[in-house]
Structures are given as C-alpha cells and as structure tokens.
Design a protein around this ligand. Structure first.
Ligand SMILES: *Cc1c(COP(=O)(O)O)cnc(C)c1O
Length: 344
C-alpha cells in the first residue's frame, strides 16, 4: 500500500442522520453537495436513503445528476443554485428540483420546464442566494400559483446560538412566509440545534451527517491512514525535507510517510500538525512535499506501519482547529488520490 487510505463509515453517517432526525418532529433532508462533503455523494446518498432520507440537496445540477444515478427514481433531489442557464436538460432528465433564486431563474423555469416541480430560495439577510423581500413581494402570487414544493432560506450565523442574527433571520423568514400553505425550511445543522422554532417543516443538515461541528454528539465518520514508506535515524544537526527547513536537535528517528499536499495536506499548515500512532501524537517536521511528509517517531519506541491524520485521536474539527480552518474545508479538501473503502 503506497497511497494513503481513507475509510468512510457509512453506518456512522446514517446514525448521525437518525440522531439529528430524532431531535425534531419534522422531516429531515440530507445535504450531499460537493460530492457528499468530499466523501462520495453516491455512496453517502444511498446509505442515507436506506436510513430513511427522502429529500436530498446539492449545490449544482451536475451534482444532482450523480446523486440521481445513485438513488434511482423516487427521492427528491433539490438544487440550491436553482435553474442556471444551460441546466434545463440536466434538471429535466434527472428529475431535479431547482430552488429558484431570482426573477430571471423563475422565468427560465417557467419557459423551459412548465409544470415541473420547483422550490424557492429566499434571502433573509445572508445576502448570498435567494430572492430578497421586495422581489419576493412582487413575485409571490405568481410563484404560489405554480405551487412550489418548498420555500427555504439559510442562516448566516447558526453555529453561534447567541448571535442575534439568528432571531433576526427567523423573524424575516416568518414575515416573508407566514400564512403560506407551502412547506418551509430554514435550518441546516446549526439551525436544527437552535430548537423547534427554527425547524419549520424540513431541516437540511449537511456537516452534522459527516461528523462535524456544531453537532457535538456526531459520530466520527472518517479515518485517514498514511502508510510509512521508510524510517531512518538522524544525528543532531542533520536536516530534512525541501529547503532544509527543519534540523534535528537530538538523535531522531524519522518516518517518511506517503501523503503530501497533492493529497490535501496543505503546505501552509506544515508546522502545527500532528499525526497519530494509535493515540500517540507524532510531529510532522520539515516541509510538506507533493507526495511525502516526514514525521518524528523518536519517542514512540517502535516503528509504526501507518500513521493516522484523521481518526479517533484527531477528528475532523481537531485537525481543522490545528490548521486554522473549519471541518467543512478539511472534508472537502481531502485528496482524490486516497484509496477509499466504505464500511457499515
Ligand atoms: C451547505 C448548506 C446546507 C447544509 O449546511 P451544514 O452547515 O453543512 O449543515 C444547508 N442549506 C444550504 C442552503 C447550504 O448551502
């Protein structure tokens, strides 16, 4: 084995969905955009459909096509980016449901796919996607006459329960949608955890399914094992890696490990990261190369066959904290070169 190996626990994904579902009395969808947060939207979506998910969200129509191929007919697959120019065939052929974001998209939908199912995305203050209150007021009767399957909006600050933006957006969304008979959705993982007021008819968790914060009770989903290719001893004063950026200060046993920046282990973060031999942290030393890193295993007392970048000792969010990012970016930044296996 000369490439790093990513193990994805699909039963943990399914359990996380069930746990989130149990926190509300409404329907729970599943967000599988960005190829299922980097873990393979086909496998993830099938596992979630088996667990009972009936509605899936993706960012782009192309992603929706892949999920449709994996799931077959039946489950609803909705597209956050709505109905973009050039998407009509994909949307029709794969029975996708665009979340319409603007008057232009609405026109495109009605012209290209009259009578086809669609939803509407409203902007309640995030200023990213969706119709703003004025636009919605002007189009609302027209839209409602065509029976949208969902009206939705998205929270900007839901990972912080104390942020006043949450309540502001809740009120705005209510003003825009109270009294409608159309199903409503406001919350992703963070909003779901804010409580029943935020649940409406449907929640749309993504990161929580994949074991990420802010869902603290999530089960870990990924394990990333890096094979050790070579082990050598360095005398004090010897250096390692490109640019001689690291110098041994003591007799050092150094493991050369098969994973680098081409696998998502970013150079920028080189100095701070640790990999683990079981539970024992070992420091990455020297610069990260394209395919290799070097790790100080002196204190281990044995030569490991693999070192884990992600696993029980270092989860997605711990790694994210260490390198100054968020769990979402760790997951979607996982390299494509890894051998992958799915368990559960
Ligand atoms: C990504 C996304 C979600 C899922 O968010 P998580 O924080 O991963 O749960 C839900 N809704 C929209 C509009 C999104 O863009």
């Amino acid at each position: 084995m000369s490439t790093a190996h990513l193990t994805i626990d699909l039963s943990a994904v399914a359990d996380n969905w069930r746990q989130l579902d149990a926190l509300t009395s409404v329907e729970t969808a599943a967000v599988v955009k960005a190829d299922g947060y980097g873990l393979g939207s086909d496998r993830v979506a099938r596992a979630l459909a088996d667990a009972g998910a009936r509605r899936f969200f993706v960012a782009a129509a192309e992603e929706g096509a892949k999920v449709r191929d994996a799931l077959g007919p039946g489950p609803e697959i909705a597209v956050f980016s709505g109905h973009m120019e050039g998407d009509s065939d994909l949307i029709r052929d794969h029975a996708l449901v665009p979340m319409i974001n603007s008057a232009d998209q609405l026109l495109r939908q009605f012209e290209a796919l009259p009578g086809a199912p669609f939803g509407v995305q409203l902007d309640s203050g995030m200023n990213r996607l969706g119709m703003e209150p004025g636009e919605w007021a002007a189009l609302r009767d027209l839209v409602l006459g065509e029976r949208p399957v969902l009206v939705m909006s998205h929270l900007a600050c839901a990972d912080d329960p104390e942020d006043p933006m949450n309540r502001y957006q809740l009120e705005t969304f209510r003003q825009m949608t109270d009294g409608l008979t159309v199903p409503r959705s406001l919350s992703a993982t963070g909003g779901l955890l804010l409580g029943p007021e935020f649940h409406f008819d449907l929640t749309r968790p993504g990161i929580g399914l994949y074991g990420g914060m802010p869902f603290e009770e999530a089960q870990p989903v990924v394990q990333l094992d890096l094979p050790v290719i070579q082990i050598r001893d360095l005398a004090p004063g010897e250096t390692a890696g490109y640019g001689n950026s690291w110098t041994a200060e003591r007799p050092t046993r150094l493991a050369t490990v098969a994973a680098g920046y081409a696998d998502g282990i970013h150079r920028a973060a080189g100095a701070v990261r640790e990999v683990f031999a079981e539970d024992t942290p070992c420091h990455i030393v020297g610069r990260v190369s394209m395919d290799l890193i070097t790790v100080d295993v002196t204190d281990l007392g044995h030569d490991p066959a693999v070192l884990s970048l992600l696993g029980p000792a270092q989860g997605v969010d711990q790694l994210a904290d260490a390198i100054g990012t968020i769990g979402y970016e760790v997951l979607t930044g996982l390299g494509q070169r890894y051998g992958r296996s799915y368990i559960g």
